[in-house]
Design a protein around this ligand. Sequence first.
Ligand SMILES: [Zn+2]
Length: 169
Amino acid sequence: MKKMAKMAKIAKTTRKATRHKENTVQQQPGTYALLLSSATNAVIRVGRFGDLHLQPGFYVYVGSALGPGGVRARIAHHNRPAERPHWHIDYLRPKMTLEGAWLRYGRKSLECQWARRFAAMLGASMPMPGFGSSDCDCESHLFLLGKRPARSLRPTATRLGSTVTYCAF
Ligand SMILES: [Zn+2]
């Protein structure tokens, strides 16, 4: 009984942790925002969509995963270079470092709502209008942040909603 209580306590502590790895991301539908960084200047060809001028700094890409495998499968996809690029972000991803992701589980896609919140952040800009937003009315789903996000990342999570967690890689 005592052992079980101890295990339950550990499980609770793990759940509460804000920094966790890819394999703890749940196979549930949800919305996510990738935090990416670039150390260099580069011109990236984004398929037929055009060229993106990558510059040193922090980028955010917003998406949602409502299909099989949920957010875990999608984060796993973004965590490896895609052999055959499908989304705009697949062209950009190999040139950047994936720092982590903000996650929120739920069947309703919040990606456009999150895109508006990032767009409204002080100093944020849209490096390539239309990036990731071919299927919606947003100007972009990719943002270049004016500065590195706060160390705790909590201010950003708070902007996105109360049940958002941050997963670091
Ligand atoms: Zn949108």
